[in-house]
Design a protein around this ligand. Sequence first.
Ligand SMILES: [Zn+2]
Length: 285
Amino acid sequence: MLKRRKTSMHIDAHQHFWIYEPKEYAWIDESMTALRRNFLPSDLENDLAESGFHGCIAVQARQTLEETRWLLELSAKSPFILGVVGWVDLQSPDVRSELEKFAHNPRFVGVRHIVQSEPDDRFLLRPDFLRGISVLQDFDLTYDILIYPRHLAVAAEFVARFERQRFVLDHLAKPPIKSGDLGQWKAGIRRLASYANVFCKLSGLVTEADWRNWKEEDLRPSLDAAFEYFGPTRLMIGSDWPVCRLAASYLRTTGAVKDYLSRCPANVQAGVLGGNAQRFWKIDW
Ligand SMILES: [Zn+2]
């Protein structure tokens, strides 16, 4: 039995690893050449520690069972990888047996599908997909919602069907920080946040801003909205490393959110920096 420690845990709730291969990572286009290399645990470990994080949640980038297996292997070798959000084919009639293959591993904490890239804007409501989601509860797994603002209304309909399923919205659904036209996004976030079983990652914001010229204040309206609608107990900091490197270093990316948090009471900071993620994914420490 693990002894509970008194200090709160700091967790980076969202990052990726990959061994770069053009065909497998076709989304890494000409504008993202900085991402065309390997990113492995040894590349992250120092940044993570220097930023005061005890560990991270590794999130799938490829939609294969091999990706899930590989991330779980990495987590077995690198204890700072506290949890893996993997991929299984949620639309498959075999979803239950696919999940059974991974479910014994305590590091397997959740599932994600790259819904933002599905041509059908109502993908989340497809019967096959809904059936897959309905199985996650039996394995005590969470689901990461990766969408654009245009999907927010559908996402609210989606989560309404699973009151007891734990969901987390990735990257605040990517607010249009560069244009600054946040009205529609805010309305969508407000509606989705009204479901108490939905958490939200404060991640991926720097890459929605002007990569070359963003300033911390550019992120503030989105962070304000996140706090207003989700409140302080359902938010979690995440780096989205290495994708964040398109716009900023690991330290600057996480530092921007930490600076914003520095004005909050200590208990709020402790929650967003790790306590909420720990509770959401039921991470022992
Ligand atoms: Zn990501």
